[in-house]
Design a protein around this ligand. Structure first.
Ligand code: NAD
Length: 253
């Protein structure tokens, strides 16, 4: 089997300018069939349709709140019934918050962990068994530079902790699933030009941030999507448990 025989599932992939959508496009261009999972069914389906037209790939768009176990189960059941077997999972759905530790409330902490960590758990536990059974799988987590340096350009303590939890999750999973042909890696982007901050990083603040980035620009979604697509190749099977920085040199360590 080749990637053309498999489906790549990308969570949170309906955001118009988001990393997930760009990743789904890149995977489709590389031959994968893709499934777009996101909160908004209409947006997920529209994204899937657009990618099918662009790439000729088989695509589907499903509504799925990754924090809701029943919704995840329903989406996975629909995939199993109607799409080629799942060969890749991109745990991209994520939310951020800039709240400082002395101000953060439990509800906000739980919300950030629910999407970034529990959400990734909910879907990974449903899809990993099939990958193990077939002896092929590629799992990629969208962590963040925030996990590595304790706060990035926007994320506060809850986000940094949740993104760091993903690093441990991925590394432990890489050890466990490696013998079954399933690789698990993390990508840790720095400032990427999307809508995740809701426009909070514009103007002078953005200019000051860019001034601190050695390559002199913020990241583009394609910078991240290309790396994820590389990690999902059959030929990348010896790369697992790794974390890849995509930050223009803003966190050289
Ligand atoms: P984005 O806001 O453009 O997209 C996030 C997507 O996740 C949206 O489509 C949203 O609907 C979806 N989503 C949110 N909650 C969900 C849920 N409960 N179930 C399903 N889908 C849900 O954000 P982005 O910038 O493209 O970020 C993508 C990933 O990359 C996130 O995990 C983010 O933390 C990570 N990241 C982004 C940056 C950056 O600078 N943009 C940097 C580091 C890491």
């Amino acid at each position: 089997m080749t990637v053309r025989d498999y489906t790549a599932v990308v969570t949170g992939a309906a955001s118009r300018r988001g990393i997930g959508r760009a990743t789904a496009q890149a995977l489709a261009s590389a031959g994968w069939n893709v499934a777009i999972l996101d909160l908004d069914e209409a947006a997920a389906k529209a994204t899937a349709d657009e990618i099918a037209v662009e790439s000729g790939a088989q695509t589907c768009g499903l509504s799925c709140d990754v924090t809701d176990e029943d919704a995840v189960a329903a989406a996975v059941d629909a995939l199993v019934a109607g799409a080629p077997p799942v060969g890749a999972l991109i745990n991209n759905a994520g939310v951020t918050s800039p709240t400082r530790f002395l101000d953060v409330e439990g509800a906000e902490w739980d919300r950030i962990f629910a999407v970034n960590v529990r959400g990734a758990f909910n879907i990974t536990r449903r899809l990993a068994p099939g990958m193990v059974e077939r002896g092929y799988g590629r799992i990629v987590f969208l962590s963040s530079v925030s996990a590595e340096r304790g706060g990035g350009v926007f994320g506060g303590v809850a986000y940094s902790a949740a993104k760091a939890a993903q690093l441990g999750f991925a590394r432990a999973l890489a050890r466990e699933l490696g013998p079954n042909g399933v690789t698990v890696n993390c990508v840790a982007p720095g400032l990427i030009d999307t809508d995740i901050t809701g426009g909070a990083l514009e103007g002078d603040r953005k200019d000051a941030l860019i001034a601190g980035i050695p390559v002199g620009r913020n990241g583009r979604v394609a910078d991240v999507a290309d790396l994820i697509t590389y990690l999902c190749r059959e030929e990348s099977g010896y790369i697992t448990g790794a974390t890849y920085d995509v930050n223009g040199g803003s966190h050289i360590h």
